[in-house]
Design a protein around this ligand. Structure first.
Ligand code: ZN
Length: 185
């Protein structure tokens, strides 16, 4: 669990730091409100993807399973600003599949932490490989970073794309192509 008291204290200091009057009416409840919100935004730190991926079902055919357009919200660890977008996950089963909602849950586990997009992408792929033991997995994440669109280079709408490729997807490039083709449909 997050330390609510510490966060409240820190936000109070932050408000003073930017020259605000932390005691004015509009801000009086802000530190407590942010502390509660952070409890939700960083809930993934107490979670393990195993919880969601360990319930597997047997399948006869090992055809590609693709779950696309999984919307997520995460926080950039360099600026504490949101980045958000969509994750797409494909895997080739090795006799087992999981319920489709479990892939979305897995994304949540890793998104609700301080993150960089590259690590988020890799962690999703590694968790699926470890818990589901498929023949391979490919993850593509596309996201807009508020730290890029609100400050610095200020390029609203620009998206960062990251991929993680594991197992048979590395060995068989046509599988990567099939995955990419499915995404554009
Ligand atoms: Zn950032």
């Amino acid at each position: 669990m997050v330390d609510q008291e510490k966060i409240e204290e820190a936000i109070g200091l932050l408000l003073e730091g930017i020259g605000e009057d932390a005691s004015r009416e509009g801000l009086a409840e802000t530190p407590a409100r942010i502390a509660r919100m952070y409890g939700e935004l960083f809930a993934g730190m107490q979670e393990d993807a195993k919880t969601h991926l360990s319930r597997r079902f047997c399948v006869e055919s090992n055809e590609m399973v693709l779950e696309k357009d999984i919307v997520f919200y995460s926080m950039c660890e360099h600026h504490l600003m949101p980045f958000y977008g969509k994750a797409h996950i494909a895997y080739i089963p090795n006799g087992y599949v999981v319920g489709l909602s479990k892939l979305a849950r897995t994304v949540e586990v890793f998104a609700r932490r301080l993150q960089i997009q590259e690590r988020l992408t890799a962690q999703i792929a590694d968790a699926v490989m470890k818990e589901l033991e498929p023949q391979g997995v490919m993850v593509l994440v596309e996201a807009e970073h508020m730290c890029m669109t609100m400050r610095g280079v200020k390029k609203p709408g620009s998206r960062t794309v990251t991929t993680a490729v594991r197992g048979i997807f590395n060995e068989e490039p046509y599988l990567q192509n099939r995955f990419m083709t499915c995404l554009t449909r």
